[in-house]
Design a protein around this ligand. Structure first.
Ligand code: IPE
Ligand code: IPE
Ligand code: MG
Length: 245
């Protein structure tokens, strides 16, 4: 399937809502945490698949603002798995020229997670291949709200005239200020919603939903999603005829 992908039309940024870990585990008669542990293989496949095709950015929605309200032992287990994944994956990232970065309220994560994240970001910062963006304690509304607060402060202090506020000003105050908007969003597990992910950035993103549960996600599923994307006509409000001319 990889061979029929048009290499001249690869999305520069792919965003992923990695969903279905709990149901994957429950189907096997196991605890939800078993699903989270088995999500790492899927993460590795998605990253490798993107790197092989020359994708510039992959954003992985790993933990939402709302996920803090899950049972405390599940939250604790997710934070442990995150630390372990960073420890295990950073050497591979170095080998493959992959850069790690984050979006979200990183200061709200346990200290140990913050330290490992900072370490991983620092170690990989000069890599020039794929950028992996981990969305942690992230939500679109949280991000827009933080951006509005920063802008208001600048207007009050006189640093920014109100008349200068435009879409670029808002974009540049989001966590993603140096990351292009995603062309493709993939959500696994059959749920047809955005769940507070990249609300501003997804304005014209192509949405792709699959029934596959995240721990089962493999490169072939990524390839299927990219092929589906390549069949879409992105019109950005124009007519089909305008796009073709
Ligand atoms: C996605 O899988 C992982 C996180 C949200 C952290 P879920 O844990 O949401 O799995 P389901 O949706 O309950 O199956
Ligand atoms: C979205 O999945 C968040 C992540 C994948 C991190 P959820 O499982 O939390 O979403 P809902 O609650 O089903 O909308
Ligand atoms: Mg879920």
């Amino acid at each position: 399937m990889k061979d029929i992908i048009d290499k001249t039309n690869i999305p520069h940024h792919i965003a992923v809502i990695m969903d279905g870990n709990g149901r994957w585990a429950q189907k096997k008669g196991a605890m939800r945490v078993f699903g989270h542990r088995n999500a790492i293989t899927a993460v590795r496949e998605a990253i490798e698949g993107c790197a092989e095709l020359g994708v510039g950015y992959i954003t992985l929605y790993a933990f939402s603002t709302e996920n803090w309200s899950r049972p405390q032992d599940e939250v604790d287990a997710l934070m442990e798995i995150l630390v372990q994944a960073i420890v295990d994956e950073v050497p591979t990232m170095m080998k493959n020229n992959i850069r790690l970065t984050t979006i979200g309220d990183i200061a709200s994560l346990p200290g140990k997670c913050q330290q490992h994240l900072e370490g991983g970001i620092e170690t990989t910062k000069n890599n020039t291949g794929l950028t992996v963006v981990l969305a942690l304690s992230y939500s679109g509304r949280w991000e827009i709200l933080s951006s509005v607060k920063q802008i208001v402060k600048k207007v009050i202090s006189g640093e920014l005239p109100e008349s200068a506020i435009d879409q670029d000003v808002i974009s540049s105050h989001l966590n993603t200020s140096d990351i292009p908007d995603p062309e493709l969003l993939i959500r696994t597990s059959g749920e047809l919603r955005i769940s507070n992910f990249m609300l501003w950035q997804l304005a014209y993103t192509e949405l792709y939903f699959t029934e596959v549960l995240w721990p089962d996600f493999r490169k072939e599923h990524l390839h299927e999603a990219i092929l589906a994307y390549q069949k879409r006509e992105r019109r950005f409000g124009k007519t089909g005829a305008q796009i073709k001319s």
